[in-house]
Design a protein around this ligand. Structure first.
Ligand code: ADP
Ligand code: ADP
Length: 228
């Protein structure tokens, strides 16, 4: 059973002369445990595709199976439950909550998504911060951390509920080469240890080299798949 199965996904924005075909008839099967780099020039549709995979956005046509559930037919409530339980998301600009310290940035989402009690959430937050190398930084605010450290917090947050799938939109796009490489190594390591599925959009040549599967889109169409 695949982690994600996209069938004939198309997405248009606007209508008439202003209509933009952001995605055209994308078919893609992603197995559990894969480490997939989604490549393509700026504006090719990477973010749109990731948002559709994760149920943040709806396709204009086509179907998304996420862990054997048809996403687009799920009621909003069930959709957020599936996302809260099985999906982690990592962003280019980290999206941490600036007024909360590092520990709470990982801890509170666990409490709020309702699947963990306080004690377990506490243990998980500690464990994850340790695994991303930030155990000494729990009391700092995100603004007191480097970009690479902030992204490590975001990775801990994305993984804390042990999701089956982690989707990362340009996670190294705002980091220098060396820092980006360290983040990539961390993601690869976690993928090997936990069998979590990683889908990562990127411009990074390093990431393309190290990913076990590379998929490229251009003008909204899938033009290359190293597995095909
Ligand atoms: P990428 O992530 O590869 O840079 P995007 O998925 O962000 O590409 O964008 C794909 C295309 O869809 C672009 O032409 C972009 O301008 C357009 N687009 C993305 N989001 C919207 C939106 N909310 N409204 C209108 N057009 C959009
Ligand atoms: P209480 O039950 O009194 O609310 P908690 O044990 O839930 O206490 O933790 C309260 C706060 O203490 C957390 O939200 C966090 O800010 C901080 N904290 C807890 N554990 C750690 C830790 N291991 N490292 C750093 N800060 C922590």
């Amino acid at each position: 059973l695949p982690a994600i199965l996209l069938s004939h996904i198309s997405k248009s924005y606007g209508s008439g002369e202003g209509k933009i075909d952001a995605l055209r008839d994308i078919n893609l099967e992603i197995a559990k445990g894969e480490f997939l780099a989604l490549c393509g020039p700026s504006g090719s549709g990477k973010s749109t595709l990731l948002n559709i995979m994760s149920g943040i956005d709806q396709p204009t046509s086509g179907t998304v199976m996420f862990l054997n559930k048809l996403l687009h037919v799920l009621p909003e409530e069930e959709l957020s439950m599936v996302r809260g339980k099985h999906l982690g998301f990592i962003f280019q600009f980290f999206n941490l909550i600036p007024v909360l310290n590092v520990f709470d940035n990982v801890f509170y989402p666990l409490i709020l998504n309702g699947h963990f009690g306080k004690k377990e959430a506490h243990e998980r937050a500690r464990d994850l911060l340790y695994r991303v190398g930030l155990d000494g930084f729990a009391n700092r605010k995100p603004g007191q951390l480097s970009g690479g450290q902030q992204q490590r917090v975001a990775i801990a947050r994305a993984l804390a509920h042990d999701p089956a799938v982690v989707i990362a939109d340009e996670p190294t796009g705002n980091l220098d080469m060396a820092t980006g490489e360290a983040i990539l190594e961390l993601l690869l390591h976690i993928n090997q240890q936990t069998k979590t599925t990683f889908i990562i959009s990127t411009h990074s040549a390093q990431l393309k080299e190290r990913a076990r599967r590379v998929v490229e889109i251009k003008d909204g169409g899938l033009v290359y798949d190293s597995r095909a």
